[in-house]
Design a protein around this ligand. Structure first.
Ligand SMILES: CCCCC/C=C\C=C\C(=O)SCCNC(=O)CCNC(=O)[C@H](O)C(C)(C)COP(=O)(O)OP(=O)(O)OC[C@H]1O[C@@H](n2cnc3c(N)ncnc32)[C@H](O)[C@@H]1OP(=O)(O)O
Ligand SMILES: NC(=O)C1=CN([C@@H]2O[C@H](COP(=O)(O)OP(=O)(O)OC[C@H]3O[C@@H](n4cnc5c(N)ncnc54)[C@H](OP(=O)(O)O)[C@@H]3O)[C@@H](O)[C@H]2O)C=CC1
Length: 340
């Protein structure tokens, strides 16, 4: 808890709901060495942008709703499950590690008072997906909310990747999303039941990115899948939206994408808001997009990255490092220039 408290300054803690704070610290922390915060984990401007993590929607927003979240046992999936559950949803969380799912389900339901059902599922395997959805339908019925969040990723030069490495990532991210969406979508259509689908992708789904080429390819495919179904399945009462998060310090992501802990400082330097994102911030956006408050939102792709993508895209954005004296010199040179 000590480690996590250091993420928040007094300002952000004082704006948090006092009742929620202890369990938020517990739920949104991971308590592992890889998540240990360094002293320079924020830039000065971050004081203007406190991360408010408590659920922002009205209590009961998801009362009588069922939410299905892949990868709901850890990281962002766990945070979204907590938020939906605290807003009244009955959640079903699915991934490969049943022990982790059970522990998360117990932890969240004991805090929110709402049932969380753990179901083992390998999204790479369509038969496993079918068995999971069968179990959900049997236990709680068809979902009102479906969050495709499960993923696999690691950094590697592409020339070091085997065919199986490509397959491990693309099967999880793209095929897994397709199997889940097709299986649940067909059943919803047959039952004439509406639902909100959400896919968690990443900011580099737009640009591609070296060293995570399979993930970038698969996430771009997920976005094409979502956008295709916005048009095709809207008439069945199904909405599809996409969240592209920037860096959020989860064990799953940082242990595989920043294994030595050296990249974090570089990331913070290029995030205009001056800090990493938090699980609670993603969970609030996800809850909004999956709620009836967003019933006119379909086909939206929302970046939530503290401005990192815009910073990296702008040709001249590194000039923020230029000092006033250096600007004086450059301005004088520019003003002296005549003609072309
Ligand atoms: C700090 C950055 C912030 C910004 C983040 C932006 C985007 C983040 C996107 C994310 O998706 S983060 C989520 C990350 N979470 C996870 O990845 C969780 C699940 N991951 C896993 O289970 C594993 O990491 C893995 C490898 C994806 C799948 O595990 P498993 O099914 O057990 O596969 P294998 O171990 O059998 O490996 C399959 C295949 O891949 C090769 N391989 C594995 N690791 C590497 C490596 N580091 N470099 C090169 N190749 C690797 C492995 O050797 C296998 O290939 P073979 O040919 O040998 O069979
Ligand atoms: N953290 C970040 O900075 C960012 C994360 N994202 C995205 O956010 C999402 C969550 O990532 P994050 O929480 O950080 O990382 P995690 O590693 O904690 O989450 C990934 C989840 O996917 C599950 N999973 C992996 N493979 C499978 C499979 N074959 N079948 C079923 N479930 C599977 C894992 O559970 P299990 O091992 O039990 O199967 C795990 O719960 C991902 O889509 C990721 O791409 C995007 C941008 C930035």
């Amino acid at each position: 808890v000590k480690i996590i408290i250091r993420i928040f300054d007094a300002e952000s803690l004082s704006t948090s709901n006092a009742l929620f704070t202890p369990c938020l610290l517990q739920l949104f922390g991971n308590g592992t060495a890889v998540l240990r915060k360094s002293d320079d984990d924020r830039a000065p401007q971050a004081r203007f942008f406190p991360p408010l993590q408590e659920p922002m929607l009205l209590p009961g927003t998801f009362k009588n709703k069922v939410a299905f979240i892949t990868g709901g046992g850890t990281g962002l999936g766990k945070g979204m499950t907590f938020t939906l559950s605290s807003l009244g949803a009955e959640c079903v969380i699915a991934s490969r590690n049943l022990d982790v799912l059970k522990a998360t389900a117990e932890e969240i339901s004991s805090q929110t008072g709402n049932k969380v059902h753990p179901v083992q599922c390998n999204v790479r395997d369509p038969d496993s997906v079918k068995a999971t959805v069968d179990q959900m339908v049997n236990d709680v019925g068809l979902p009102d909310v479906v969050i495709n969040n499960a993923a696999g990723n690691f950094i590697s030069p592409s020339e070091r990747l085997s065919a199986n490495a490509w397959k491990a990532i693309t099967d999880t991210v793209l095929n897994g999303t397709a199997y889940i969406t097709l299986d649940i979508g067909k059943r919803l259509i047959a039952a004439q039941k509406g639902a909100a689908f959400l896919c968690i992708t990443t900011i580099y789904a737009d640009s591609g990115s070296g060293f995570v080429m399979p993930s970038a390819s698969a996430k771009a495919g997920v976005e094409a899948l979502c956008k295709s179904l916005v048009a095709e399945w809207g008439r069945y009462g199904l909405r599809f939206n996409i969240i592209q998060p920037g860096p959020i310090k989860t064990k799953g992501a940082f242990s595989r994408l920043d294994p030595t802990g050296k990249f974090e400082k570089l990331m913070i330097e290029r995030i205009p808001v001056g800090r990493l994102g938090t699980v609670g911030e993603i969970a609030n956006l996800a809850a909004y997009l999956c709620s009836d408050y967003a019933s006119w939102v379909s086909g939206a792709t929302i970046k939530i990255d503290g401005g990192e993508y815009s910073f990296m895209a702008g040709e001249f954005n590194s000039l923020s490092l230029v000092t006033k004296e250096q600007w004086d010199v450059m301005e004088a040179i520019i003003r002296q220039t005549k003609g072309s």
